[in-house]
Write a protein that binds this ligand. Structure first.
Ligand code: SF4
Ligand code: SF4
Length: 244
């Protein structure tokens, strides 16, 4: 947990400009800053960068699982225990030609929620995971993606109550669906985006045919999801190559 030692703080407010989610608040009564614990994502930017030259910003040991999860998802240099990579999701979009988790006829879904300046509450991640699970997305299991460790049931996507009010810098909701379900999934996302208090970007992991084509982009056009679409291309050079 990140706190400001009031005895050390002189209220200069310099730390405020470094906080990724405006969680450092100035109190005009005692003329000192404090960390709003509901907003703080435990990203540790203020600590890593040593932004207070009086050493007033201090870490307190993260004493519960949700706090540790929050830090693991929000601090980009933290290695996540499940995935073994830094950051809050998997490397699926870059490695599917070898891992083969998304098969021919399927579409991988990676909803990247929250951004510096905004963050994401887990209650909103829960709403999004539930919305897409309801229309046929098979969510990634806890073996592969961090968020699943907080789900009551990976089939429904609902997160456990105790974690819902934790604020993260970002988190990724991951899963896959049959290609013919993609339109329903996109429709569900268009509905649920009205009910959440953050932003997200949508990554689609697509298997192209022998001509390099996919039907999915036509589906985006049908729903008036605006271009441009940015892409990363796996050349199929990874080995052993997944063929199914
Ligand atoms: S924590 Fe440090 S940088 Fe922030 S207001 Fe207090 S003295 Fe200034
Ligand atoms: S840990 Fe991150 S969110 Fe919390 S006060 Fe520091 S910079 Fe802000």
């Amino acid at each position: 947990m990140t706190v400001i030692n009031e005895k050390q703080c002189n209220g200069c407010k310099i730390c405020q400009i470094y906080c990724t989610v405006d969680a450092i608040i100035y109190n005009s009564e005692d003329k000192k800053c404090y960390v709003d614990q509901d907003l703080c994502t435990e990203c540790y930017v203020c600590l890593r960068q040593k932004v207070c030259n009086r050493g007033a910003i201090e870490p307190i040991e993260l004493d519960n699982f949700y706090k540790q999860f929050q830090h693991g998802m929000s601090d980009p240099v933290e290695n996540h225990g499940v995935t073994g990579v830094t950051g809050r999701g998997t490397e699926e979009v870059k490695t599917n030609d070898v891992s083969g988790r998304v098969k021919k006829g399927e579409v991988g879904i990676a909803i990247d929620m929250g951004r510096p300046g905004m963050g994401v509450y887990l209650r909103d991640a829960s709403k999004v995971a539930m919305a897409i699970a309801k229309v046929g997305v098979e969510l990634q299991s806890a073996e592969h993606t961090p968020l699943a460790a907080l789900m009551k049931d990976v089939k429904t996507g609902e997160l456990i109550e105790d974690c819902l009010n934790y604020h993260l810098l970002s988190v990724i909701v991951e899963g896959k669906c049959a290609e013919n379900k993609l339109k329903d999934v996109l429709g569900a996302l268009q509905e649920v985006e009205k009910q959440i208090d953050t932003v997200f970007s949508l990554g689609l992991i697509l298997r192209v045919d022998e001509f390099g084509q996919t039907k999915a982009l036509a589906c985006l056009d049908e729903l008036s999801i605006p271009q441009p679409y940015w892409g990363k291309v796996n050349m199929g050079l990874g080995r052993p190559l997944s063929l199914d």
